[in-house]
Design a protein around this ligand. Structure first.
Ligand code: NAD
Length: 323
């Protein structure tokens, strides 16, 4: 039985990955500190099905604490999938030091652990934000002009570079997967689709930063999980950086319209000035992911929104999670 160590496995993306791994018969160790970025009970809900499996272990631990990691994590892991992070662009501007400690030091701690335990495969949850304001879209991995414009984005660049060091020195295969705005059931409550859906239902105005023309390459969670899963099996080269996106952009106003249609409620819009750290567009070239991981995103935005709203209507206590 293969053993995966997943960090941040109580969160949005991590909990979906663990669903898949357990269903495939993997042994899974999840480490998460239930960081207070959003409500702990949401994360407990994400992972409650995992306890039905005997081969699942949850260890509540902070990835900044290297001594605790060394003490508690002594398993024979085939792969580490490192998804734990302080996420979010705007909050990273408020608290850059904590982002640095969790995302950079925390990542290095996990790489050290991989080195000490002899783990030979390391998947790193990176982000489209590393491209920043690079105007050459769609963004390709071999475009070395990274122009991060937030502390969060710079921590992801650091993680990718540190991974190169460990792959070079210690032969740890390091695959950075750059996620492009992930959405779907269990989406983080701070992210626009989830936040806007709640506000529309509550009859509250939606903040539109800028004129609503900013564009995002929204990627459905099931597509992302298939990409991560393929990266876990990838064994041809020792270091890769791979975009996982949808290769299709949607403007902010189009996104709101799709939500209005799915909820059958008209949104109230409040136009505000653009936020520092926000990029005008994200757009993934996914040719490399297709070539080396066989990755083809196949959930359309319309279908993804339909599935998100179905989950949203069934699972959330909207008022409780209003952030
Ligand atoms: P999430 O916040 O839902 O999940 C992250 C998890 O990490 C949480 O459960 C949190 O408790 C845990 N965590 C935070 N700090 C920790 C610490 N110090 N020690 C241990 N655990 C800690 O976020 P997500 O949306 O699932 O994102 C997962 C990863 O993907 C993150 O690395 C994020 O930066 C990256 N990412 C996400 C998106 C997206 O659109 N969701 C886009 C690009 C990159």
């Amino acid at each position: 039985m293969k053993h995966a160590l997943v960090t941040g496995g109580a969160g949005f993306i991590g909990s979906h990955l663990i669903d898949k791994l357990l269903a495939e018969g993997w042994k899974v160790t999840n480490i998460d500190n239930f960081d207070n970025f959003y409500d702990r009970t949401i994360k407990e809900e994400n992972i409650k099905g995992h306890f039905d499996y005997n081969n699942y272990t949850l260890i509540e631990i902070d990835i900044r604490d290297f001594d605790a990691l060394k003490e508690k994590l002594t398993g024979d892991y085939d792969v580490i999938v490192h998804l734990a992070a302080k996420a979010g662009v705007r909050p990273s501007i408020e608290d850059p030091i904590t982002y640095q400690e969790v995302n950079v030091k925390g990542t290095q701690n996990l790489l050290e652990l991989a080195k000490n335990l002899g783990v030979k495969q390391f998947i790193f949850g990176s982000s489209s934000s590393v491209y920043g304001i690079n105007p050459n879209v769609p963004w390709k991995e071999d475009d070395h002009v990274l122009m991060p414009i937030s502390p969060y984005a710079s921590t992801k660049v650091s993680g990718e570079l540190m991974g190169h060091v460990y792959s070079h020195l210690y032969g740890i295969r390091f695959i950075a997967v750059r996620f492009f705005t992930v959405y779907g059931p269990r989406q983080r409550p701070d992210l626009a689709i989830h936040k806007f859906a709640r506000k529309i239902i509550e009859g509250e105005p939606i903040p539109i930063y800028g004129d609503g023309s900013s564009r995002r390459d929204y990627t459905y969670i099931d597509d992302i999980i298939r990409g991560i899963r393929s990266a876990m099996d990838y064994d041809r080269t020792i270091y890769e950086v791979i975009n996982l996106g949808n290769n299709h952009t949607i403007s902010l106003l189009e996104m709101v319209k799709a939500l209005e249609e799915a909820l059958e409620i008209k949104a109230k819009l409040e136009f505000l000035s653009p936020q520092p750290g926000d990029v005008p567009q994200t757009w993934a070239d996914v040719e490399k992911a297709k070539e080396i991981l066989g990755f083809i995103p196949n959930i359309s935005y319309k279908e993804g929104i339909r599935r998100f709203i179905e989950w949203f209507n069934n699972h959330m206590n909207h008022k409780k999670f209003l952030v």
